[in-house]
Design a protein around this ligand. Structure first.
Ligand code: DON
Length: 578
Protein backbone atom coordinates (compact mmCIF):
# COMPACT_ATOMS: atom_id res chain seq x y z
CA UNK A 1 0.00 0.00 0.00
CA UNK A 2 1.38 3.43 -0.84
CA UNK A 3 1.61 6.06 1.86
CA UNK A 4 -0.99 8.23 0.18
CA UNK A 5 -3.35 5.28 -0.18
CA UNK A 6 -2.84 4.41 3.45
CA UNK A 7 -3.43 7.98 4.56
CA UNK A 8 -6.57 8.34 2.48
CA UNK A 9 -7.91 5.05 3.73
CA UNK A 10 -7.29 6.03 7.35
CA UNK A 11 -9.00 9.38 6.85
CA UNK A 12 -12.06 7.76 5.32
CA UNK A 13 -12.29 5.24 8.13
CA UNK A 14 -11.80 7.95 10.75
CA UNK A 15 -14.40 10.19 9.15
CA UNK A 16 -16.90 7.33 9.17
CA UNK A 17 -16.11 6.48 12.79
CA UNK A 18 -16.74 10.08 13.72
CA UNK A 19 -19.93 10.14 11.77
CA UNK A 20 -18.87 12.96 9.51
CA UNK A 21 -18.67 11.21 6.17
CA UNK A 22 -21.84 12.35 4.49
CA UNK A 23 -22.38 11.50 0.87
CA UNK A 24 -24.36 12.20 -1.12
CA UNK A 25 -24.80 15.42 0.76
CA UNK A 26 -28.48 16.02 0.08
CA UNK A 27 -29.50 12.57 1.19
CA UNK A 28 -27.44 12.69 4.35
CA UNK A 29 -28.72 16.11 5.31
CA UNK A 30 -32.23 14.72 5.51
CA UNK A 31 -31.04 11.90 7.77
CA UNK A 32 -29.85 14.55 10.21
CA UNK A 33 -33.45 15.46 11.02
CA UNK A 34 -34.65 13.54 14.05
CA UNK A 35 -36.47 10.44 12.82
CA UNK A 36 -37.72 7.37 14.61
CA UNK A 37 -35.74 5.18 12.23
CA UNK A 38 -34.83 4.71 8.61
CA UNK A 39 -36.21 2.98 5.55
CA UNK A 40 -34.19 2.53 2.37
CA UNK A 41 -35.90 1.07 -0.69
CA UNK A 42 -35.87 1.38 -4.46
CA UNK A 43 -39.09 3.40 -4.59
CA UNK A 44 -39.77 6.80 -3.05
CA UNK A 45 -43.50 6.34 -2.28
CA UNK A 46 -42.77 2.93 -0.74
CA UNK A 47 -40.02 4.35 1.44
CA UNK A 48 -42.42 7.11 2.46
CA UNK A 49 -45.05 4.52 3.43
CA UNK A 50 -42.48 2.84 5.68
CA UNK A 51 -41.34 6.12 7.21
CA UNK A 52 -44.92 7.21 7.89
CA UNK A 53 -45.45 3.89 9.69
CA UNK A 54 -42.41 4.56 11.89
CA UNK A 55 -43.70 8.05 12.63
CA UNK A 56 -47.02 6.58 13.76
CA UNK A 57 -45.09 4.57 16.35
CA UNK A 58 -44.72 1.38 14.33
CA UNK A 59 -41.80 -1.00 14.77
CA UNK A 60 -39.22 -1.75 12.08
CA UNK A 61 -41.31 -4.79 11.13
CA UNK A 62 -44.49 -2.69 10.87
CA UNK A 63 -42.55 -0.33 8.59
CA UNK A 64 -41.12 -3.24 6.59
CA UNK A 65 -44.57 -4.73 6.07
CA UNK A 66 -45.97 -1.35 5.01
CA UNK A 67 -43.02 -0.87 2.66
CA UNK A 68 -43.41 -4.33 1.18
CA UNK A 69 -47.13 -3.85 0.48
CA UNK A 70 -46.41 -0.40 -0.95
CA UNK A 71 -43.69 -1.80 -3.24
CA UNK A 72 -46.30 -4.21 -4.62
CA UNK A 73 -48.01 -1.06 -5.89
CA UNK A 74 -45.11 1.24 -6.75
CA UNK A 75 -42.44 -1.22 -7.95
CA UNK A 76 -44.48 -3.87 -9.73
CA UNK A 77 -41.51 -5.56 -11.44
CA UNK A 78 -40.47 -7.08 -8.11
CA UNK A 79 -42.52 -5.71 -5.24
CA UNK A 80 -45.32 -8.18 -4.94
CA UNK A 81 -48.28 -10.00 -3.47
CA UNK A 82 -47.88 -12.94 -5.82
CA UNK A 83 -44.24 -13.84 -5.10
CA UNK A 84 -42.12 -14.68 -2.09
CA UNK A 85 -38.94 -13.84 -0.22
CA UNK A 86 -36.96 -13.73 2.99
CA UNK A 87 -37.07 -11.27 5.87
CA UNK A 88 -34.22 -11.13 8.37
CA UNK A 89 -35.22 -9.50 11.63
CA UNK A 90 -33.16 -8.33 14.57
CA UNK A 91 -35.90 -8.09 17.21
CA UNK A 92 -33.89 -5.73 19.40
CA UNK A 93 -30.51 -4.99 20.94
CA UNK A 94 -28.89 -8.09 22.36
CA UNK A 95 -31.45 -10.41 20.77
CA UNK A 96 -30.90 -13.17 18.25
CA UNK A 97 -31.81 -12.50 14.61
CA UNK A 98 -34.58 -14.60 13.08
CA UNK A 99 -35.57 -15.28 9.50
CA UNK A 100 -39.13 -15.17 8.24
CA UNK A 101 -39.01 -17.39 5.17
CA UNK A 102 -41.86 -16.98 2.71
CA UNK A 103 -40.52 -18.67 -0.38
CA UNK A 104 -43.03 -19.94 -2.94
CA UNK A 105 -43.75 -23.67 -3.16
CA UNK A 106 -44.29 -26.00 -6.08
CA UNK A 107 -48.00 -26.71 -6.54
CA UNK A 108 -49.24 -30.11 -5.41
CA UNK A 109 -49.80 -31.17 -9.02
CA UNK A 110 -46.20 -30.39 -10.05
CA UNK A 111 -43.83 -33.23 -10.86
CA UNK A 112 -40.08 -33.29 -11.47
CA UNK A 113 -40.83 -33.09 -15.20
CA UNK A 114 -43.44 -30.31 -15.12
CA UNK A 115 -41.09 -27.85 -16.82
CA UNK A 116 -39.02 -30.37 -18.76
CA UNK A 117 -40.79 -29.55 -22.01
CA UNK A 118 -41.68 -25.99 -21.17
CA UNK A 119 -38.66 -23.78 -21.84
CA UNK A 120 -40.51 -20.47 -21.35
CA UNK A 121 -40.00 -18.14 -18.42
CA UNK A 122 -43.53 -16.72 -18.53
CA UNK A 123 -47.09 -18.02 -18.46
CA UNK A 124 -49.17 -19.74 -15.82
CA UNK A 125 -47.21 -22.98 -15.60
CA UNK A 126 -44.09 -21.37 -14.10
CA UNK A 127 -46.03 -19.91 -11.19
CA UNK A 128 -45.45 -21.30 -7.69
CA UNK A 129 -47.79 -20.90 -4.72
CA UNK A 130 -47.18 -17.34 -3.49
CA UNK A 131 -45.72 -16.74 -0.03
CA UNK A 132 -45.52 -12.97 0.40
CA UNK A 133 -48.82 -12.25 2.13
CA UNK A 134 -48.31 -15.14 4.58
CA UNK A 135 -44.72 -14.06 5.26
CA UNK A 136 -45.60 -10.46 5.93
CA UNK A 137 -48.46 -11.58 8.19
CA UNK A 138 -46.13 -13.92 10.12
CA UNK A 139 -43.56 -11.15 10.64
CA UNK A 140 -46.24 -8.69 11.64
CA UNK A 141 -47.92 -11.14 14.04
CA UNK A 142 -44.62 -11.64 15.89
CA UNK A 143 -43.00 -8.24 15.78
CA UNK A 144 -45.61 -5.72 14.70
CA UNK A 145 -47.11 -3.24 17.12
CA UNK A 146 -49.65 -1.42 14.94
CA UNK A 147 -52.87 -3.11 13.79
CA UNK A 148 -52.51 -5.14 10.56
CA UNK A 149 -54.98 -2.88 8.81
CA UNK A 150 -52.80 0.15 9.47
CA UNK A 151 -49.77 -1.37 7.78
CA UNK A 152 -51.65 -2.59 4.69
CA UNK A 153 -53.97 0.35 4.03
CA UNK A 154 -51.26 2.83 2.97
CA UNK A 155 -50.57 0.55 -0.01
CA UNK A 156 -54.27 0.30 -0.82
CA UNK A 157 -54.43 4.10 -0.83
CA UNK A 158 -51.39 4.35 -3.10
CA UNK A 159 -53.05 1.98 -5.53
CA UNK A 160 -56.42 3.75 -5.40
CA UNK A 161 -55.20 7.34 -5.56
CA UNK A 162 -52.19 6.59 -7.72
CA UNK A 163 -48.66 7.88 -7.44
CA UNK A 164 -46.19 9.69 -9.62
CA UNK A 165 -44.11 7.43 -11.84
CA UNK A 166 -40.37 8.17 -11.84
CA UNK A 167 -37.88 7.66 -14.66
CA UNK A 168 -36.88 4.16 -13.60
CA UNK A 169 -40.47 2.94 -13.32
CA UNK A 170 -41.54 4.61 -16.58
CA UNK A 171 -38.71 2.81 -18.42
CA UNK A 172 -39.52 -0.48 -16.72
CA UNK A 173 -43.26 -0.27 -17.56
CA UNK A 174 -42.55 0.66 -21.18
CA UNK A 175 -40.19 -2.31 -21.50
CA UNK A 176 -42.59 -4.88 -20.07
CA UNK A 177 -45.49 -3.59 -22.19
CA UNK A 178 -43.33 -3.84 -25.31
CA UNK A 179 -42.06 -7.32 -24.48
CA UNK A 180 -45.34 -8.89 -23.34
CA UNK A 181 -47.93 -8.15 -26.02
CA UNK A 182 -49.81 -11.40 -25.36
CA UNK A 183 -50.53 -10.80 -21.69
CA UNK A 184 -53.80 -8.93 -22.01
CA UNK A 185 -54.45 -8.24 -18.35
CA UNK A 186 -50.93 -6.91 -17.88
CA UNK A 187 -51.43 -4.64 -20.91
CA UNK A 188 -54.71 -3.39 -19.46
CA UNK A 189 -53.55 -2.83 -15.89
CA UNK A 190 -50.28 -1.10 -16.79
CA UNK A 191 -51.49 0.77 -19.89
CA UNK A 192 -50.04 4.27 -20.25
CA UNK A 193 -52.37 7.16 -19.34
CA UNK A 194 -55.19 7.82 -21.84
CA UNK A 195 -53.95 9.44 -25.02
CA UNK A 196 -50.33 8.41 -24.45
CA UNK A 197 -48.36 5.64 -26.14
CA UNK A 198 -45.68 5.43 -23.46
CA UNK A 199 -45.14 6.11 -19.80
CA UNK A 200 -43.19 9.25 -18.97
CA UNK A 201 -41.74 10.41 -15.67
CA UNK A 202 -44.40 12.47 -13.92
CA UNK A 203 -47.35 10.37 -15.15
CA UNK A 204 -49.67 8.88 -12.55
CA UNK A 205 -50.22 5.13 -12.14
CA UNK A 206 -53.60 4.25 -10.63
CA UNK A 207 -54.48 0.59 -9.95
CA UNK A 208 -58.12 0.25 -8.83
CA UNK A 209 -58.20 -3.58 -8.92
CA UNK A 210 -55.07 -3.81 -6.81
CA UNK A 211 -56.53 -1.21 -4.43
CA UNK A 212 -59.55 -3.46 -3.87
CA UNK A 213 -57.35 -6.51 -3.34
CA UNK A 214 -55.21 -4.68 -0.80
CA UNK A 215 -58.23 -3.27 1.01
CA UNK A 216 -59.59 -6.82 1.29
CA UNK A 217 -56.29 -8.06 2.72
CA UNK A 218 -56.24 -5.10 5.10
CA UNK A 219 -59.72 -5.70 6.43
CA UNK A 220 -60.15 -9.48 6.17
CA UNK A 221 -56.52 -10.44 6.86
CA UNK A 222 -54.21 -12.82 5.01
CA UNK A 223 -56.87 -15.55 4.98
CA UNK A 224 -58.63 -13.57 2.25
CA UNK A 225 -55.62 -14.25 0.05
CA UNK A 226 -55.19 -17.93 0.87
CA UNK A 227 -58.76 -19.11 1.43
CA UNK A 228 -61.13 -16.29 0.60
CA UNK A 229 -62.12 -14.26 -2.44
CA UNK A 230 -58.58 -13.55 -3.62
CA UNK A 231 -57.74 -17.27 -3.52
CA UNK A 232 -60.77 -17.84 -5.74
CA UNK A 233 -59.52 -15.24 -8.20
CA UNK A 234 -56.06 -16.86 -8.30
CA UNK A 235 -57.50 -20.32 -8.86
CA UNK A 236 -59.80 -19.05 -11.61
CA UNK A 237 -56.79 -17.42 -13.28
CA UNK A 238 -54.82 -20.66 -13.04
CA UNK A 239 -57.69 -22.64 -14.55
CA UNK A 240 -58.08 -20.18 -17.39
CA UNK A 241 -54.37 -20.26 -18.26
CA UNK A 242 -53.40 -23.87 -17.55
CA UNK A 243 -51.52 -23.15 -14.32
CA UNK A 244 -51.22 -25.60 -11.44
CA UNK A 245 -51.74 -23.56 -8.26
CA UNK A 246 -54.92 -24.93 -6.66
CA UNK A 247 -57.26 -24.03 -3.85
CA UNK A 248 -55.57 -26.67 -1.67
CA UNK A 249 -52.09 -25.29 -2.46
CA UNK A 250 -53.15 -21.83 -1.34
CA UNK A 251 -55.00 -23.04 1.75
CA UNK A 252 -52.00 -25.17 2.76
CA UNK A 253 -49.30 -22.54 2.27
CA UNK A 254 -47.32 -21.63 5.38
CA UNK A 255 -44.53 -19.14 5.87
CA UNK A 256 -41.84 -20.31 8.29
CA UNK A 257 -39.82 -18.85 11.09
CA UNK A 258 -36.31 -20.23 10.59
CA UNK A 259 -33.00 -19.92 12.35
CA UNK A 260 -30.60 -17.81 10.28
CA UNK A 261 -27.21 -18.99 9.08
CA UNK A 262 -24.60 -17.45 11.36
CA UNK A 263 -20.94 -16.95 10.49
CA UNK A 264 -18.11 -14.77 11.71
CA UNK A 265 -15.72 -12.71 9.64
CA UNK A 266 -12.74 -11.00 11.27
CA UNK A 267 -14.71 -10.30 14.43
CA UNK A 268 -18.05 -9.47 12.79
CA UNK A 269 -21.13 -11.66 13.18
CA UNK A 270 -22.91 -12.20 9.88
CA UNK A 271 -26.50 -13.48 9.74
CA UNK A 272 -28.12 -14.52 6.46
CA UNK A 273 -31.14 -16.55 5.39
CA UNK A 274 -30.96 -20.35 5.61
CA UNK A 275 -32.14 -22.81 2.94
CA UNK A 276 -34.27 -22.73 0.88
CA UNK A 277 -32.05 -19.72 0.22
CA UNK A 278 -28.48 -20.49 -0.68
CA UNK A 279 -27.57 -16.94 0.36
CA UNK A 280 -26.57 -17.46 3.99
CA UNK A 281 -24.57 -20.62 3.44
CA UNK A 282 -22.72 -19.37 0.35
CA UNK A 283 -21.97 -16.01 1.94
CA UNK A 284 -20.52 -17.58 5.08
CA UNK A 285 -18.60 -20.18 3.08
CA UNK A 286 -16.99 -17.43 0.96
CA UNK A 287 -16.20 -15.27 3.98
CA UNK A 288 -14.62 -18.25 5.74
CA UNK A 289 -12.40 -18.91 2.72
CA UNK A 290 -11.41 -15.25 2.44
CA UNK A 291 -10.67 -15.01 6.16
CA UNK A 292 -7.72 -17.34 5.62
CA UNK A 293 -6.06 -14.65 3.44
CA UNK A 294 -5.05 -11.10 4.17
CA UNK A 295 -6.90 -8.95 1.69
CA UNK A 296 -5.37 -5.62 0.70
CA UNK A 297 -1.91 -7.08 1.24
CA UNK A 298 -0.49 -6.54 -2.22
CA UNK A 299 -1.09 -2.87 -2.76
CA UNK A 300 2.61 -2.23 -2.27
CA UNK A 301 2.92 -3.46 -5.80
CA UNK A 302 1.14 -0.39 -7.15
CA UNK A 303 2.31 0.21 -10.69
CA UNK A 304 3.05 -3.45 -11.29
CA UNK A 305 0.82 -5.56 -13.46
CA UNK A 306 -2.65 -5.84 -12.03
CA UNK A 307 -2.03 -3.42 -9.20
CA UNK A 308 -4.49 -0.69 -8.32
CA UNK A 309 -3.56 2.41 -10.25
CA UNK A 310 -3.09 5.89 -8.99
CA UNK A 311 -6.27 7.90 -9.10
CA UNK A 312 -8.53 4.88 -9.28
CA UNK A 313 -10.51 3.59 -6.32
CA UNK A 314 -8.37 1.55 -3.95
CA UNK A 315 -9.46 -1.77 -5.33
CA UNK A 316 -9.63 -4.28 -6.97
CA UNK A 317 -6.03 -5.47 -7.10
CA UNK A 318 -5.58 -8.53 -9.29
CA UNK A 319 -4.52 -10.66 -6.33
CA UNK A 320 -7.53 -9.82 -4.21
CA UNK A 321 -9.97 -10.08 -7.11
CA UNK A 322 -8.49 -13.49 -7.89
CA UNK A 323 -8.99 -14.70 -4.32
CA UNK A 324 -12.54 -13.38 -4.19
CA UNK A 325 -13.41 -14.99 -7.54
CA UNK A 326 -11.93 -18.30 -6.43
CA UNK A 327 -13.95 -18.19 -3.20
CA UNK A 328 -17.11 -17.45 -5.22
CA UNK A 329 -16.39 -20.27 -7.63
CA UNK A 330 -16.11 -22.82 -4.83
CA UNK A 331 -19.16 -21.72 -2.88
CA UNK A 332 -21.32 -21.70 -5.99
CA UNK A 333 -20.12 -25.16 -6.92
CA UNK A 334 -21.30 -26.37 -3.50
CA UNK A 335 -24.55 -24.52 -4.05
CA UNK A 336 -25.28 -26.61 -7.13
CA UNK A 337 -24.16 -29.84 -5.53
CA UNK A 338 -25.88 -29.66 -2.19
CA UNK A 339 -28.50 -26.97 -1.74
CA UNK A 340 -32.27 -27.19 -1.98
CA UNK A 341 -35.34 -27.14 0.26
CA UNK A 342 -34.22 -28.52 3.66
CA UNK A 343 -37.60 -30.24 4.06
CA UNK A 344 -36.66 -32.40 1.08
CA UNK A 345 -32.85 -32.65 1.02
CA UNK A 346 -30.24 -33.14 3.69
CA UNK A 347 -27.87 -30.21 3.64
CA UNK A 348 -24.33 -31.01 4.79
CA UNK A 349 -23.41 -29.13 7.96
CA UNK A 350 -19.75 -28.69 7.03
CA UNK A 351 -20.39 -26.05 4.35
CA UNK A 352 -20.15 -23.23 6.88
CA UNK A 353 -17.27 -24.73 8.90
CA UNK A 354 -14.03 -22.79 9.17
CA UNK A 355 -12.10 -26.02 8.82
CA UNK A 356 -13.80 -26.87 5.53
CA UNK A 357 -13.06 -23.36 4.29
CA UNK A 358 -9.38 -23.80 5.13
CA UNK A 359 -9.34 -26.94 3.02
CA UNK A 360 -10.93 -25.12 0.09
CA UNK A 361 -8.61 -22.14 0.53
CA UNK A 362 -5.59 -24.41 0.41
CA UNK A 363 -6.70 -25.59 -3.03
CA UNK A 364 -6.66 -22.09 -4.48
CA UNK A 365 -3.64 -21.53 -6.71
CA UNK A 366 -2.37 -18.03 -6.04
CA UNK A 367 -1.35 -17.34 -9.61
CA UNK A 368 -3.85 -19.33 -11.65
CA UNK A 369 -7.61 -19.51 -12.01
CA UNK A 370 -9.12 -22.93 -11.28
CA UNK A 371 -11.21 -23.92 -14.32
CA UNK A 372 -14.71 -24.33 -12.95
CA UNK A 373 -15.32 -27.58 -14.72
CA UNK A 374 -12.47 -29.21 -12.84
CA UNK A 375 -14.37 -28.65 -9.60
CA UNK A 376 -17.39 -30.64 -10.86
CA UNK A 377 -17.52 -30.97 -14.62
CA UNK A 378 -21.09 -32.17 -14.89
CA UNK A 379 -23.18 -29.36 -13.45
CA UNK A 380 -23.31 -26.11 -15.45
CA UNK A 381 -25.70 -23.35 -14.35
CA UNK A 382 -27.97 -20.97 -16.21
CA UNK A 383 -27.65 -17.19 -16.06
CA UNK A 384 -30.34 -15.35 -14.12
CA UNK A 385 -32.57 -12.63 -15.51
CA UNK A 386 -33.04 -9.57 -13.32
CA UNK A 387 -35.62 -8.29 -10.95
CA UNK A 388 -36.04 -8.67 -7.27
CA UNK A 389 -35.98 -5.89 -4.73
CA UNK A 390 -34.33 -5.41 -1.36
CA UNK A 391 -35.04 -2.87 1.36
CA UNK A 392 -33.66 -2.17 4.82
CA UNK A 393 -35.36 -0.72 7.88
CA UNK A 394 -34.33 0.19 11.42
CA UNK A 395 -36.47 1.74 14.10
CA UNK A 396 -35.61 3.82 17.15
CA UNK A 397 -35.64 0.81 19.49
CA UNK A 398 -32.93 -1.21 17.82
CA UNK A 399 -35.21 -3.46 15.77
CA UNK A 400 -33.93 -3.98 12.23
CA UNK A 401 -35.25 -5.63 9.09
CA UNK A 402 -33.47 -6.74 5.92
CA UNK A 403 -36.07 -7.87 3.41
CA UNK A 404 -35.57 -9.25 -0.09
CA UNK A 405 -38.55 -10.46 -2.09
CA UNK A 406 -39.24 -11.20 -5.70
CA UNK A 407 -41.45 -12.40 -8.49
CA UNK A 408 -38.25 -13.99 -9.93
CA UNK A 409 -38.18 -12.37 -13.39
CA UNK A 410 -39.09 -8.76 -13.86
CA UNK A 411 -42.91 -8.78 -13.62
CA UNK A 412 -42.84 -12.50 -12.78
CA UNK A 413 -44.71 -14.79 -15.15
CA UNK A 414 -46.40 -11.68 -16.61
CA UNK A 415 -49.80 -12.99 -15.58
CA UNK A 416 -51.90 -10.43 -13.71
CA UNK A 417 -54.70 -12.16 -11.80
CA UNK A 418 -57.79 -11.04 -13.66
CA UNK A 419 -59.73 -8.47 -11.69
CA UNK A 420 -57.33 -8.60 -8.74
CA UNK A 421 -54.62 -6.39 -10.22
CA UNK A 422 -51.50 -8.20 -9.04
CA UNK A 423 -48.80 -10.15 -10.82
CA UNK A 424 -47.85 -13.76 -10.21
CA UNK A 425 -44.33 -15.12 -9.89
CA UNK A 426 -42.40 -17.37 -12.25
CA UNK A 427 -40.43 -18.82 -9.35
CA UNK A 428 -40.84 -22.42 -10.57
CA UNK A 429 -38.02 -21.59 -13.00
CA UNK A 430 -35.65 -21.47 -10.00
CA UNK A 431 -35.94 -25.26 -9.78
CA UNK A 432 -33.62 -27.45 -11.84
CA UNK A 433 -35.89 -27.95 -14.79
CA UNK A 434 -34.94 -31.23 -16.37
CA UNK A 435 -34.00 -34.00 -13.94
CA UNK A 436 -30.62 -35.48 -14.69
CA UNK A 437 -30.01 -33.23 -17.66
CA UNK A 438 -27.07 -30.92 -17.44
CA UNK A 439 -25.61 -29.21 -20.46
CA UNK A 440 -23.10 -26.58 -21.38
CA UNK A 441 -25.79 -24.09 -22.28
CA UNK A 442 -26.58 -23.77 -18.60
CA UNK A 443 -29.14 -26.37 -17.65
CA UNK A 444 -28.54 -28.21 -14.39
CA UNK A 445 -30.31 -31.31 -13.33
CA UNK A 446 -28.83 -32.14 -9.95
CA UNK A 447 -31.26 -33.73 -7.48
CA UNK A 448 -31.31 -31.32 -4.51
CA UNK A 449 -33.26 -28.66 -6.39
CA UNK A 450 -35.57 -30.74 -8.57
CA UNK A 451 -39.31 -30.10 -8.49
CA UNK A 452 -41.51 -31.97 -6.01
CA UNK A 453 -45.02 -31.12 -4.82
CA UNK A 454 -44.94 -28.57 -2.02
CA UNK A 455 -41.17 -28.12 -2.29
CA UNK A 456 -39.54 -24.71 -2.08
CA UNK A 457 -37.24 -23.79 -4.97
CA UNK A 458 -33.65 -22.81 -4.17
CA UNK A 459 -33.08 -19.07 -3.88
CA UNK A 460 -30.09 -16.74 -3.80
CA UNK A 461 -31.81 -14.01 -1.85
CA UNK A 462 -29.48 -12.79 0.90
CA UNK A 463 -30.96 -10.19 3.21
CA UNK A 464 -28.15 -9.82 5.73
CA UNK A 465 -27.62 -8.44 9.23
CA UNK A 466 -24.09 -7.77 10.49
CA UNK A 467 -23.30 -7.25 14.16
CA UNK A 468 -20.12 -6.46 16.07
CA UNK A 469 -19.92 -7.25 19.76
CA UNK A 470 -23.66 -7.75 19.79
CA UNK A 471 -24.39 -4.37 18.20
CA UNK A 472 -25.95 -3.95 14.79
CA UNK A 473 -23.58 -2.42 12.22
CA UNK A 474 -25.14 -3.20 8.85
CA UNK A 475 -28.47 -4.09 7.23
CA UNK A 476 -28.05 -5.03 3.59
CA UNK A 477 -29.09 -7.21 0.65
CA UNK A 478 -29.72 -6.86 -3.07
CA UNK A 479 -31.60 -8.12 -6.10
CA UNK A 480 -29.75 -9.81 -8.95
CA UNK A 481 -30.30 -13.58 -8.90
CA UNK A 482 -27.09 -15.38 -8.12
CA UNK A 483 -25.17 -12.11 -8.13
CA UNK A 484 -27.06 -11.22 -4.93
CA UNK A 485 -24.78 -13.29 -2.72
CA UNK A 486 -21.68 -11.82 -4.31
CA UNK A 487 -22.98 -8.28 -4.10
CA UNK A 488 -23.39 -8.73 -0.34
CA UNK A 489 -19.93 -10.31 -0.17
CA UNK A 490 -18.37 -7.34 -1.99
CA UNK A 491 -20.03 -4.89 0.39
CA UNK A 492 -18.75 -6.76 3.45
CA UNK A 493 -15.21 -7.13 2.12
CA UNK A 494 -15.16 -3.43 1.21
CA UNK A 495 -16.18 -2.43 4.71
CA UNK A 496 -14.17 -4.92 6.73
CA UNK A 497 -11.00 -5.46 4.70
CA UNK A 498 -10.73 -2.22 2.76
CA UNK A 499 -12.10 -0.07 5.55
CA UNK A 500 -14.19 1.88 3.10
CA UNK A 501 -16.97 4.12 4.30
CA UNK A 502 -20.41 2.56 3.74
CA UNK A 503 -21.01 4.92 0.80
CA UNK A 504 -17.74 3.91 -0.83
CA UNK A 505 -18.40 0.26 -0.09
CA UNK A 506 -21.70 0.40 -1.96
CA UNK A 507 -20.39 2.47 -4.84
CA UNK A 508 -17.22 0.46 -5.53
CA UNK A 509 -17.33 -1.80 -8.60
CA UNK A 510 -18.65 -5.28 -7.89
CA UNK A 511 -17.43 -8.69 -8.92
CA UNK A 512 -19.40 -11.84 -9.58
CA UNK A 513 -18.54 -15.40 -10.42
CA UNK A 514 -21.04 -18.25 -10.09
CA UNK A 515 -18.78 -21.24 -10.78
CA UNK A 516 -20.55 -21.78 -14.11
CA UNK A 517 -20.67 -20.19 -16.54
CA UNK A 518 -16.91 -19.88 -15.93
CA UNK A 519 -16.84 -16.12 -16.42
CA UNK A 520 -16.19 -13.17 -14.19
CA UNK A 521 -18.75 -10.41 -14.25
CA UNK A 522 -16.95 -7.19 -13.33
CA UNK A 523 -18.69 -3.83 -13.17
CA UNK A 524 -15.46 -1.99 -13.95
CA UNK A 525 -14.47 -4.22 -16.86
CA UNK A 526 -14.29 -1.26 -19.25
CA UNK A 527 -12.96 1.27 -16.75
CA UNK A 528 -9.42 2.27 -17.83
CA UNK A 529 -8.51 2.51 -14.14
CA UNK A 530 -8.83 -1.26 -13.92
CA UNK A 531 -7.25 -2.19 -17.25
CA UNK A 532 -4.07 -3.55 -15.65
CA UNK A 533 -6.04 -5.53 -13.07
CA UNK A 534 -8.20 -7.07 -15.78
CA UNK A 535 -5.16 -7.84 -17.94
CA UNK A 536 -3.42 -9.57 -15.03
CA UNK A 537 -6.54 -11.60 -14.18
CA UNK A 538 -6.76 -12.68 -17.82
CA UNK A 539 -3.14 -13.82 -17.65
CA UNK A 540 -4.05 -15.89 -14.62
CA UNK A 541 -6.72 -17.65 -16.66
CA UNK A 542 -9.88 -15.74 -15.76
CA UNK A 543 -12.38 -15.07 -18.52
CA UNK A 544 -14.65 -12.03 -18.32
CA UNK A 545 -18.26 -11.66 -19.33
CA UNK A 546 -18.11 -8.97 -22.02
CA UNK A 547 -21.67 -7.97 -21.12
CA UNK A 548 -20.66 -7.08 -17.57
CA UNK A 549 -22.98 -4.29 -16.53
CA UNK A 550 -24.43 -3.00 -13.28
CA UNK A 551 -24.63 -5.55 -10.50
CA UNK A 552 -27.34 -5.34 -7.88
CA UNK A 553 -29.20 -2.58 -6.10
CA UNK A 554 -28.23 -2.81 -2.46
CA UNK A 555 -30.36 -0.48 -0.36
CA UNK A 556 -28.49 -0.53 2.88
CA UNK A 557 -28.41 0.92 6.37
CA UNK A 558 -25.09 1.25 8.21
CA UNK A 559 -24.86 2.10 11.89
CA UNK A 560 -22.06 4.47 12.79
CA UNK A 561 -20.04 2.56 15.39
CA UNK A 562 -19.17 5.67 17.38
CA UNK A 563 -22.39 7.62 17.38
CA UNK A 564 -24.78 4.68 17.01
CA UNK A 565 -26.55 6.72 14.35
CA UNK A 566 -28.02 4.81 11.39
CA UNK A 567 -27.22 6.12 7.93
CA UNK A 568 -29.37 5.17 4.96
CA UNK A 569 -27.60 4.42 1.70
CA UNK A 570 -29.67 4.12 -1.43
CA UNK A 571 -27.84 2.34 -4.25
CA UNK A 572 -27.35 4.56 -7.31
CA UNK A 573 -27.55 1.67 -9.74
CA UNK A 574 -31.32 1.80 -10.40
CA UNK A 575 -32.96 4.44 -8.25
CA UNK A 576 -33.64 4.54 -4.56
CA UNK A 577 -34.93 6.49 -1.63
CA UNK A 578 -34.12 6.69 2.01
O1 DON B 1 -34.79 -16.28 -5.44
C1 DON B 1 -33.91 -16.08 -6.26
O2 DON B 1 -32.75 -16.28 -6.06
C2 DON B 1 -34.29 -15.50 -7.60
N1 DON B 1 -35.63 -15.82 -7.96
C3 DON B 1 -34.06 -14.04 -7.54
C4 DON B 1 -34.23 -13.42 -8.87
C5 DON B 1 -33.59 -12.10 -8.92
O3 DON B 1 -32.98 -11.65 -8.01
C6 DON B 1 -33.71 -11.39 -10.16
N2 DON B 1 -33.20 -10.05 -9.91
N3 DON B 1 -32.85 -9.09 -10.00
Amino acid sequence: MTNSTRTRRSLVALAWMLGVLVAPAAAEDKAAQPAPGLVVSVSEPATDAGLATLRRGGSAVDAAVATAFALAVTWPSAGNLGGGGFMMILPGPGQKPVCVEYRETAPGAATPRTLADYPRLDGHLVCGTPGTVAGLALAHGRYGTLPWRDVVMPAARLAREGFVVDRALAGSLNRVLRKSPKFAELQRVFAPPPGKKKWQPGDRLVQPDLARTLATIATAGPAAFYQGPIAEQIVAEMRAGGGLVSKADLAGYQARLREPIHGTYRGYDVFGPPPPSSGGICLVEMLNILETFRLGADEAGAGGPGAIQAGSPRRWSARDAHLVIEAMRRAFCDRARYLGDPDFVRIPAHLTDKQYARKLAAQIHLERATPSETLAPDVPMAPEPPATTHFSVVDGNGMAVANTYTLENSYGCRVVVRGAGFLLNNEMTDFNRIPGRTDRKGLIGTPPNQIAPGKRMLSSQTPTLVLRDGRLVLVTGSPGGRTIINTVLCTLVNLVDYRMSPREALDAPRLHHAWLPDKVHFEALKDPGYAATVARLRQMGHAFDPRSGKQGDAHTIAINPTTGRPVGLADWRITGKR
